[in-house]
Design a protein. Structure first.
Length: 187
């Protein structure tokens, strides 16, 4: 692969989301004043890079096949780390963390399978981006644990579950549709 093809601002921003999880883990592992607020600021920086990398990829004409893999992978790695930590600390239900991790693993594995079978790299879908946005909001609220936001946290938790389930259905439909279209094209 041509180094210039993957070494661009958009892909580096995607990779930075994974790197930003290191200070999140460090901050959450060592008791300190404003520990959770600092971790949230780092997570919000990671969320900002997610919005920025896609914009820049289109604006700078840096959309690449590798970027279509790195971007969702960075989202999934970041979500797995933060959701896993929050489950360990008892801030979110263990079943929810397991469902988020299973969903992400299924979607990523299915994407790799489609790439292997058809040569097509499936980009992220808007339903997935909406679900991840609500997940990020829920994670921030759960991490902060502010009593006055409990009703809001519960409402966002419910919406997050609905959007995650809906996006999973949309991804499944696209997965099977892509495979069927490829199979029909070959016959």
């Amino acid at each position: 692969m041509n180094p210039g093809r993957w070494y661009n601002v958009s892909n580096l921003l995607s990779l930075s989301r994974i790197v930003l999880m290191v200070p999140v883990i460090a901050v959450m592992s060592v008791p300190m004043t404003f520990q959770r607020e600092i971790a949230v600021l780092i997570i919000l920086l990671a969320v900002a890079t997610d919005a920025l990398d896609g914009y820049l990829a289109r604006r700078l004409n840096e959309v690449s096949e590798l970027g279509k893999i790195i971007d969702p992978l960075a989202d999934k790695v970041g979500a797995a780390i933060v959701v896993g930590m929050l489950a360990i600390f008892g801030d979110i239900p263990l079943w929810f963390a397991a469902a988020v991790l299973a969903r992400d693993l299924i979607i990523f594995s299915a994407g790799l399978y489609v790439k292997h079978r058809t040569g097509i790299i499936l980009p992220s879908l808007m339903a997935g981006k909406v679900a991840v946005s609500f997940l990020a909001l829920y994670v921030v609220l759960a991490m902060l644990r502010y009593e006055t936001w409990q009703t809001l946290t519960t409402a966002v938790f419910i919406i997050t579950n609905i959007t995650l389930a809906f996006s999973m259905a949309v991804y499944a439909r696209r997965f099977f549709g892509t495979l069927a279209a490829h199979r029909n094209k070959g016959t």
